[in-house]
Design a protein around this ligand. Structure first.
Ligand code: ADP
Ligand code: ZN
Length: 214
């Protein structure tokens, strides 16, 4: 199964993608994670991408598209994949349909007013990469799953979050029209969009995604 998760920052794409990719046995490909690891390793892509991530802006299409093309050409993606964080612009979506046509696009919807709290409260475990909301931690510095230390992402600061939400509405939201077949660039007569309400408990969102994919 070739799948895309769409939705604003903080919608829970990463959390849900981890569960759904394990369930469907397809690789979970997060472009955000790929950039963060490229930055950590100071690769050429990392050096190019860093200023965009720090600012909360989108990395230029050409950089992202080349990175994803290379990743999707690997052996583990031949029978399917779950893309999380890509595409984020119509140009990226058109390029992806050229590389490998995704069958379904899950749009996880959460109202803007819920996203700020989710993102400013987000903590990530440096050991197991689990994501938690600070309100759910008994010790605000310790991972409840593995005991590792948790940290806050650089771009989870209010001002950067505002920029990311703006980028989402301006550049990514038009993909809803693209995948439902209503954009002038859409593949004719094709509606690949499944809308899921992301404003509820993670296990309920998980179930809703699986039933939308049936
Ligand atoms: P979130 O969905 O919480 O905003 P991600 O981890 O998916 O976070 O992405 C973090 C950052 O990585 C984005 O703000 C952007 O700078 C960059 N990025 C990730 N995916 C893309 C993409 N498809 N196109 C452009 N930039 C991207
Ligand atoms: Zn952990």
């Amino acid at each position: 199964m070739k799948l895309i998760f769409l939705g604003p920052p903080g919608a829970g794409k990463g959390t849900q993608a981890a569960g759904v990719s394990a369930h469907l046995r397809v690789p979970h490909i997060s472009t955000g994670d790929m950039f963060r690891s490229a930055i950590k390793n100071a690769t050429p892509v990392g050096l190019e991408a860093k200023r965009y991530l720090d600012a909360g802006e989108l990395v230029p299409d050409s950089v992202v598209i080349d990175m994803v093309r290379e990743r999707l050409s690997m052996a583990d993606c031949q029978n399917g994949y779950l893309l999380d964080g890509f595409p984020r612009t119509v140009e990226q979506a058109v390029a992806l349909d050229d590389i490998s046509v995704p069958e379904a696009v899950v749009d996880i919807q959460v109202p803007d007013e819920r996203l700020m709290d989710r993102l400013t409260g987000r903590r990530i475990c440096e050991k197991c990469s689990g994501t938690f909301h600070i309100s759910k931690l008994s010790d605000p510095t310790i991972c409840p799953v593995c005991g590792g230390r948790v940290y806050q992402r650089n771009d989870d600061q209010p001002e950067t979050i505002m920029t990311r939400l703006h980028a989402y509405h301006a550049q990514t939201e038009p993909l809803i029209g693209y995948y439902s077949g209503q954009d002038k660039l859409s593949r004719p007569g094709e509606n690949r969009l499944k809308v899921v309400d992301g404003d509820r408990r993670p296990e309920d969102v998980f179930r809703a995604i699986l039933s939308a994919l049936e």
